[in-house]
Design a protein around this ligand. Structure first.
Ligand SMILES: [Zn+2]
Length: 105
């Protein structure tokens, strides 16, 4: 459902700007960009915190064996990547929902 017959442009569900090719209830590209930036900033902060916690845990709890240290480092890196992706995805959805204008939901 890209467009309704007779209405080539629909208002953005967030800022209300009329944009051609927008489906009813969608956000305009500018709003999507802004939401993604906000979500990415938050994700960066949270993932950094989570990574530091895991790094501290690994540092103090892992025995000083070389191959265990390597696994620990991999776990720390994986924490950063995964937490960042998950938080940014979730934050995008949450921000998108809380700034929605209009609508009956
Ligand atoms: Zn917009």
């Amino acid at each position: 459902m890209r467009s309704l017959a007779g209405s080539p442009e629909a208002p953005c569900s967030r800022c209300g700007a009329r944009t051609a090719g927008l489906a009813l209830g969608d956000r305009c590209p500018a709003c999507n960009r802004q939401l993604r930036r906000r979500a990415s900033r938050l994700a960066g902060r949270i993932s950094l915190l989570a990574t530091m916690l895991v790094a501290v845990y690994v540092y103090f709890r892992m025995p000083p064996v070389r191959w265990l240290r390597i696994y620990g480092a991999i776990a720390v890196l994986a924490t950063y990547v995964l937490v960042r992706q998950i938080v940014s995805r979730v934050a995008f959805e949450v921000f998108a929902r809380e700034t929605e204008t209009g609508g009956e939901s």
